[in-house]
Write a protein that binds this ligand. Structure first.
Ligand code: HEC
Ligand code: HEC
Ligand code: HEC
Ligand code: HEC
Ligand code: HEC
Ligand code: HEC
Ligand code: HEC
Ligand code: HEC
Ligand code: HEC
Ligand code: HEC
Ligand code: HEC
Length: 415
């Protein structure tokens, strides 16, 4: 079978050689697509190692419907453009899409996938992994792998494939599965919502970078802006709050959207389970507040699973959180009657004296303790140093005095 196939290839090749030769009477003409298909059109065409090199009818149809339908094979397989006669070498140069798409190529070369490939980690994506090979479509085409609705599946070929995740050392693991079950994933993959984000809305497409790189849209400090492209109203509220202010000051402990919502597992924000989880999340930074909150009526009932009683965000707001001393804060003295009044219809100035969580200033207290701690540790060497020096001087003096007395005695003796 193999020999038969080889023989047919040679026959077709002779034909093709003839075609190239006849074309080459004037200026040498590059091989035409039909020359290539004389061998590759055979659906059983294989390499010596057994892998397929068929450009069968299905592929020809897909090629004919692709963005590149008008192109010659050798526009992409450029090392064959100047071919004098068939057969061509077994191994050909890789297609360089950048000869025509230099802007996309240049951006891609900056991205994490290209850099990984340059370092020899060849599992990372290249043009054909996201766009296809001979069936490339524009993103507007519903069947294109880069169509908005198909993109999660395109990235999931690798980021949802445990073998590639393991061998490619992709730390974060199977994000595609997590995204699939999130509100964004459901909105896009199930409801077909074009306004819901696919992977590239948060990561970019060609110049995808790691979260540790300051240019990445998922670099910590850039996350509010990335989510804010769509959630513009929430971004405005967040920007007005104390957490955004702390972030702008460079406080790396300040929470960004994903601390409370996660990045890939985002859920509706009005379910009981989520509201309980976010209370715990506030506690990862405001630990003492949550501890004292648990002792209050609101806290105890919340702990039992009734998130509607009053959890942190009901009194402080979820995004526009401000310190109590700021008059615009929901928990400022001026606003408390209104804030408690959302649920306690007859809240009065005396009612709001109830302490919603004793010792609320834990965060500051935490910082005070931190400084106190430093001060304490600084105090020890300072004390030892001071008293040590003091003792030394004292010994020196008493030694001197001792000798002094002796000599004095001598002197005295002399005198
Ligand atoms: C005479 C038959 C024949 C003709 C004509 C022919 N090819 Fe091939 N081609 C082959 C064979 C056989 C192989 C597999 C070589 C091997 O065993 O690795 C191959 C392999 C290839 C490969 C894979 C190379 C690689 O590095 O893996 C490409 C791409 C290719 N051909 C493109 C073309 C194009 C484009 C044309 C027209 C310009 C063409 N071929 C014309 C027989 C032919
Ligand atoms: C838009 C660019 C483009 C055009 C046009 C194009 N190819 Fe390819 N072709 C590729 C890419 C990309 C690959 C993947 C290998 C690589 O990167 O070199 C490939 C691979 C191949 C292979 C190897 C198949 C495999 O699975 O490894 C063959 C055979 C081939 N092309 C034949 C053709 C023939 C015949 C034509 C014309 C009818 C053609 N190509 C037109 C881009 C193109
Ligand atoms: C990780 C996946 C991925 C890789 C790898 C990739 N692309 Fe893209 N590319 C996309 C997506 C997604 C779009 C669609 C963007 C949109 O919706 O407008 C796109 C769009 C394009 C476009 C359309 C014009 C444009 O800029 O919007 C071209 C051309 C293109 N890519 C070429 C390339 C080339 C060339 C390479 C390799 C150097 C490459 N791409 C690698 C995902 C990828
Ligand atoms: C010889 C030049 C050439 C090469 C090489 C080439 N392309 Fe193209 N590409 C084009 C042309 C021309 C178009 C059609 C543009 C149009 O219709 O607006 C196109 C269209 C596209 C589109 C659709 C862009 C859009 O805006 O809808 C994508 C995606 C694309 N190419 C990706 C690739 C990839 C990936 C490769 C490498 C495998 C590649 N191209 C190789 C010339 C080329
Ligand atoms: C062909 C497989 C493949 C495809 C398709 C692919 N990736 Fe990747 N991606 C990888 C591999 C492998 C790495 C690890 C690169 C390295 O070694 O540094 C990676 C790295 C990343 C990283 C950096 C994280 C890290 O651990 O280094 C991000 C972010 C990323 N990809 C996003 C995407 C997005 C978004 C898409 C779809 C538009 C996509 N990838 C498509 C294979 C792929
Ligand atoms: C709503 C925005 C959003 C969407 C949609 C999204 N991501 Fe992410 N992704 C992020 C953020 C934010 C991070 C950083 C997480 C962190 O800092 O812990 C991240 C991290 C990653 C990482 C790890 C990056 C690193 O440097 O370690 C990979 C890989 C990744 N995402 C792939 C994907 C893939 C694949 C999809 C689609 C299935 C996707 N993401 C969808 C926002 C998103
Ligand atoms: C400190 C925690 C926290 C941070 C940071 C945070 N959120 Fe929220 N978010 C919440 C809470 C709590 C709710 C629920 C509000 C409610 O029940 O009224 C919420 C609700 C939402 C909602 C649903 C609207 C609603 O009121 O039900 C969206 C959308 C949202 N957040 C997006 C974001 C975005 C985008 C960012 C970053 C700019 C962000 N969040 C930052 C805690 C947070
Ligand atoms: C491309 C636009 C887009 C981006 C970017 C985006 N989202 Fe969304 N998000 C949506 C849409 C659309 C929905 C509504 C889906 C639905 O209701 O089915 C949504 C829903 C949500 C919800 C649930 C709201 C509710 O009603 O309870 C939260 C929370 C949320 N997004 C947070 C985020 C966070 C955090 C980020 C950044 C890491 C982000 N989103 C990035 C478009 C976006
Ligand atoms: C990732 C850590 C983190 C999380 C999670 C977090 N915060 Fe904060 N919070 C901070 C930081 C940092 C400040 C700013 C402190 C400063 O500027 O002195 C702050 C300030 C505040 C303030 C202003 C009072 C003060 O101590 O400055 C309130 C009120 C507050 N947060 C409430 C909340 C609530 C409610 C949640 C949950 C919905 C929450 N925080 C989640 C880190 C966090
Ligand atoms: C029933 C309403 C209510 C609930 C629920 C609530 N708080 Fe408060 N919180 C307040 C009020 C009122 C103050 C101001 C008290 C004061 O100044 O003595 C305050 C003060 C604070 C402060 C200090 C603010 C400052 O400027 O000094 C932090 C931090 C805080 N709360 C965090 C939380 C967290 C985290 C939760 C959830 C575990 C929570 N709160 C739940 C009403 C509430
Ligand atoms: C999101 C709704 C909500 C908010 C906001 C809220 N509470 Fe409550 N609170 C409740 C519910 C529900 C109960 C239990 C039913 C009841 O007794 O009314 C409760 C119970 C109480 C109780 C104990 C029961 C009682 O009535 O004696 C006190 C005291 C209290 N709240 C004070 C406050 C104060 C002070 C504020 C403002 C700082 C506040 N609450 C804000 C919902 C809320």
């Amino acid at each position: 079978m193999r020999i038969l196939f080889r023989a047919s290839l040679v026959a077709a090749g002779l034909l093709a050689v003839a075609v190239v030769a006849s074309a080459g009477q004037g200026a040498p003409k590059p091989p035409a697509n039909d020359d290539c298909l004389a061998c590759h059109g055979d659906p059983t065409a294989k390499r010596a190692n057994g892998t397929s090199i068929a450009f069968d009818e299905g592929t020809q149809k897909a090629f004919g419907a692709s963005k590149h339908a008008q192109m010659a094979c050798v526009d992409c397989h450029q090392d064959l453009a100047a071919l004098k006669e068939f057969p061509h070498p077994d191994t050909l140069a890789k297609v360089n899409c950048g000869t025509c798409h230099d802007a996309a190529q240049e951006k891609f070369m900056r991205g994490v996938h290209a850099r990984a490939r340059q370092d020899g980690r060849m599992l990372a994506a290249t043009c054909v992994d996201c766009h296809g090979m001979h069936d490339i479509q524009g993103a507007a085409e519903p069947s294109s792998p880069t169509n908005h609705l198909n993109l999660p599946a395109t990235c999931a070929k690798c980021h949802g494939n445990l073998d590639i995740i393991t061998r490619g050392h992709i730390q974060i693991g199977n994000v595609a599965a997590i995204y699939h079950d999130s509100i964004h994933g459901k909105a896009l993959e199930k409801s077909g919502l074009l306004v819901a984000p696919s992977c590239v809305d948060c990561h970019g497409n060609h110049d995808i970078a790691r979260k540790s790189e300051a240019t990445s849209p998922v670099f910590r400090a850039n996350i509010p802006a990335t989510c804010g492209k769509c959630h513009a109203g929430i971004k405005q509220q967040y920007d007005a709050g104390v957490h955004a202010a702390a972030l702008k000051k460079g406080d790396s402990r300040a929470p960004v959207c994903i601390d409370c919502h996660t990045a890939h597992a985002i859920q509706r924000a009005d379910t009981d389970s989520w509201r309980l989880a976010v209370t715990a999340e506030c506690g990862t930074c405001h630990a003492n507040v949550v501890d004292s909150f648990r002792l209050t009526f609101h806290g105890k009932v919340t702990e039992l699973g009734f998130s509607r009683v009053a959890s942190c965000a009901d009194c402080h707001g979820p995004h526009d959180i401000l310190p109590a001393l700021n008059p615009a804060s929901l928990v400022s003295q001026a606003n408390l009657v209104t804030t408690c009044g959302k649920c306690h219809a007859n809240a009065s100035a005396s009612f709001v004296k109830y302490d919603p969580h004793p010792n609320p200033r834990s965060y500051q207290r935490g910082r005070v303790l931190w400084w106190a701690n430093r001060f304490y540790w600084a105090l020890i060497p300072a004390c030892f140093g001071f008293f040590g020096l003091h003792s030394l001087l004292w010994f020196r003096r008493s030694w001197r005095n001792g000798h002094g007395t002796a000599s004095h005695e001598k002197d005295g003796g002399r005198a």
